[in-house]
Design a protein around this ligand. Structure first.
Ligand code: SF4
Length: 103
């Protein structure tokens, strides 16, 4: 293969193969370090977020953040990111009115 400079196709692919997983790992680590969403914050109150789904009015029995389609925490985690609350984590046991079933 003919390499004409630092941006050959092979070099570019190698950089992408290294860079994409690294970027994902950095994003995941940053999300894991995100602060916990305060249940009394305006954004949480707007969606009726509570840290314990059992205390929520309107939550169907068994529904909680940990089994919501928008929850991004790992399986078995006690808290994790939610697609609705960027830069924050929610409790896996929590709930809000935007709860959606996983497909
Ligand atoms: S959208 Fe889902 S994961 Fe996010 S706070 Fe509401 S119930 Fe929890």
């Amino acid at each position: 293969m003919h390499r004409t400079g630092p941006l050959s196709r092979r070099h570019l692919l190698q950089q992408l193969l290294v860079g994409v997983p690294l970027a994902a790992a950095v994003t995941t680590a940053a999300a894991a370090d995100a602060p916990l969403l305060a249940a009394d914050s305006p954004e949480a109150r707007q969606l009726g977020y509570v840290e314990d789904a059992k205390a929520a009015t309107g939550a169907a029995p068994g529904n909680h953040c940990g089994d919501c389609a928008l929850y991004q925490g790992s399986a078995g985690s006690t808290q994790g990111p939610c697609q609705l609350f960027a830069g924050k984590q929610v409790k896996a046991a929590g709930w809000c009115r935007s709860w959606a079933p996983q497909m």
